[in-house]
Design a protein around this ligand. Structure first.
Ligand code: DSN
Length: 421
């Protein structure tokens, strides 16, 4: 893979009219370019995506759907939205797609309300095991309005235990079974999930927000063609603008569309939908398939090297774009590790590990991922170096001189792999 072309932010007018905000945006771009982004849910979008985001559909109200809007003047907006829908359907082999969800949480909320009534029971993985807040956490709508029954990971392997999930499903008879996670480093057997759901008469729902880019590139099993409903964000491995989408079988199309609008949302953000259309086109290219493969290769290289340097990886490694490192082995908490790495311009997030004895505010682990550094063009060699740098910080979190040395190596790498000019 060649190093990606350099991309630009166009801020000429802002520079004139609002120098204060202009300066902040430039500083944020510099921060992104002068650091290594290992938060697995973040990525770097192309200049074409940025241009579509900053385009005139932001001026337009278009409540409703193509040809059924509540405002006039939407004939071109209809074409933009239909283009995004057609591209997404083709990318994932979906029968129906809704590209209006503003973000991952509202997408999941719409899916839940399309499939369930308040108080209905559903199954999902618990947050501290790698699930998401919207998968039934007590502080979230999903745990307040519906009745979650959580499955857990196997305490020995720290992986999904499909036999235990099947047993629980047979006992609990949920209306929906949710698979797809926020912090699970292993491959998901979606076919098995579908069989379990069919067996107990539950709807199959997958939240592929994290792995969507891997699914459409054929690097991870794609559940869309045979699952009832699949939600995703568009800004993680899919490398599009911040937003979300829902795909489903035709029989759920009307329920999904009505749950997004008028039930949950108002006017869709059509400039973002235009940017989604750009990203879906990009994701259908051979170059994107190569990118997705490299994301996984890079994650494996980073995980292997971290392990070789004496770190403990949850489940012993990774099959996808992310990994969890149990930093208590190095005498640290997740919060301390995140902060020390941040000083060295290496960005990650503190994260619970399965059966964590610590609180989510200062858990035992950190979560690392390779989507953004792979977009910058880095490969296995750089991952090896990165593992060494991360390990230096984890072993010397209080040493200013070590952090300074690591930071200067990080800056050197960053200068070699510039993405935004
Ligand atoms: N915030 C996302 C993540 O970091 O995985 C999930 O919503």
């Amino acid at each position: 893979m060649r190093k990606p072309a350099k991309h630009k932010m166009h801020l000429e007018a802002l520079k004139e009219t609002d120098p204060k905000l202009y300066a902040l945006l430039i500083r944020e771009k510099e921060r992104q370019m002068n650091g290594l982004e290992l938060i697995p849910s973040e990525n770097l979008v192309s200049q074409a995506v940025l241009e579509a985001l900053a385009s005139v559909p932001t001026n337009k109200y278009s409540e409703g759907y193509a040809k059924k809007r509540y405002y006039g003047g939407n004939e071109i907006i209809d074409e933009i939205e239909l283009l995004a829908i057609e591209r997404l359907k083709k990318l994932f082999n979906a029968e129906h797609a809704n590209v209006q969800p503003l973000s991952g949480s509202p997408a999941n909320m719409a899916a839940f309300f399309a499939l369930m009534e308040p108080n209905d029971k559903f199954m999902a993985l618990r947050l501290d095991m790698g699930g998401h807040l919207t998968h039934g956490h007590a502080v979230n709508f999903s745990g307040k309005i519906f009745r979650p029954v959580h499955y857990l990971l196997d305490p020995e392997t720290e992986m999904l235990d499909y036999d235990a999930i099947e047993k629980l499903a047979k006992r609990e008879k949920p209306k929906v079974i949710v698979s797809g996670y926020t912090a699970y480093p292993r491959e998901i057997d979606f076919k098995r999930f579908k069989e379990i759901a069919d067996d107990v008469g539950a709807y199959s729902m997958a939240d592929i927000a994290h792995i969507a880019g891997l699914c459409c590139a054929g690097v991870h099993e794609n559940p869309v063609p045979y699952f009832d409903v699949v939600t995703t964000t568009t800004h993680k491995t899919l490398r599009g603008p911040r937003g979300a989408a829902i795909m489903c079988r035709q029989e759920f199309a009307e329920r999904i569309d009505r749950a997004v609008f008028p039930f949950l949302q108002g006017g869709p953000h059509e400039n973002v939908i235009a940017a989604k259309a750009v990203a879906f086109k990009e994701a259908s290219t051979k170059a994107f398939k190569r990118y997705a493969k490299q994301v996984v290769k890079n994650a494996r290289a980073l995980a292997d090297e971290l392990e070789a340097l004496g770190n403990r990886l949850v489940s012993g490694g990774t099959d996808n774009h992310l990994m969890l490192v149990d930093v208590t082995v190095k005498g640290l908490t997740g919060k301390q590790a995140e902060k020390a790495l941040e000083k060295a311009h290496i960005y990650c997030n503190k994260n619970t590990i399965p059966f964590d004895k610590r609180s989510p505010f200062d858990p035992s682990g950190i979560r690392l991922g390779t989507p953004a550094v792979t977009t910058r063009g880095m490969k296995e060699g750089e991952m090896k170096e990165l593992a060494y740098l991360i390990n230096c910080v984890l072993e010397n979190p209080h040493s200013d001189s070590v952090i300074k040395k690591v930071r200067s190596s990080v800056l050197e790498l960053c200068r070699e792999f510039v993405f935004y000019e």
